[in-house]
Design a protein around this ligand. Structure first.
Ligand code: PGA
Length: 253
């Protein structure tokens, strides 16, 4: 089973609109010409329209970093998944920063995921354990519970990507090892296989947490790891381009 690798840049709450346009412009000479890898940019919501205009006609995909499941209504400050088709291809749900700082629960992650799939979007669902859970040896069981709850009532995984992002590795410069990440991603795949059978073999599962061009190739070389969800290193054109190239080279279709 070949799975096309994915490299997704999560810009988080960085870049003004002009900065976002400058960042995508700095990638445009090369990024569309790196084949064999799906390239996804997730700028802040207010920059999506401007970035969309720059990438139109290329194979670069866009993602939102979050969205609300209700289609419309009195929810001041929220943007619904129903508003996103046409603007983005993907939406990220369940990022650990949303779980940690905005108290999102597994049930809410699942509602977002189902609403996004219902709106025709693709989804990157994030899971990952804290340092405390990791040190207690609970990484697998913690992530398994997030997977079971987050993916509840999903019958088709065609438009689902999972990202395993151990919280202790995000933004810390302390990435997991490819072996550990590969083992947990393998566990995630076996949990999904138990839920939905052989669709699990086609599911792309990414690693995220302090990915950079100097540590990414061994992750990509691991047979279970299908790409990366990248924070800090996606804010520089040269490093994001390098990561896209490395992903394509590691898993030639
Ligand atoms: P990082 O963030 O690459 O800066 O560690 C990854 C993420 O949070 O998606």
């Amino acid at each position: 089973m070949t799975r096309t690798p994915v490299v997704a840049g999560n810009w988080k709450m960085n870049t003004t609109v002009p900065e976002a346009v400058a960042l995508v412009d700095a990638m445009l000479n090369e990024l569309p010409f790196i084949g064999g890898v799906e390239k996804v940019l997730c700028p802040p919501l207010i920059s999506l329209d401007a970035v969309r205009n720059r990438v139109t006609g290329t194979d670069i995909l866009l993602g939102a970093q979050n969205a609300y499941w209700e289609p419309k209504g009195a929810f001041t400050g929220e943007v619904s998944v129903a508003m996103l088709p046409g603007l983005v291809d993907y939406v990220i749900v369940g990022h650990s920063e949303r779980r940690q700082y905005f108290h999102e629960t597994d049930e809410e992650v699942n509602r977002k995921l189902r609403a996004a799939l219902g709106a025709g979007l693709r989804v990157i669902m994030c899971v990952g354990e804290s340092l405390a859970e990791n040190e207690m040896g609970h990484a697998e069981s913690f992530v398994e519970a997030q997977i079971r709850a987050g993916l509840a009532e999903i019958a088709s995984f065609d438009r689902v990507v999972v990202a395993y992002e151990p919280i202790w590795a995000i933004g810390t410069g302390r990435a997991a090892t490819p072996d550990v990440a590969g083992r947990i991603i393998g566990h995630i795949r076996s949990v999904v296989r138990a839920l939905v059978g052989e669709q699990a073999d086609a599911l792309r599962i990414l690693y995220g947490g302090s990915i950079a061009p100097d540590n990414f190739p061994p992750f990509m070389a691991h047979p279970e790891i299908d790409g990366g969800l990248v924070g800090g290193a996606s804010l520089r054109a040269d490093s994001f381009l390098a990561l896209a190239r490395q992903a394509a080279e590691a898993k030639p279709g």
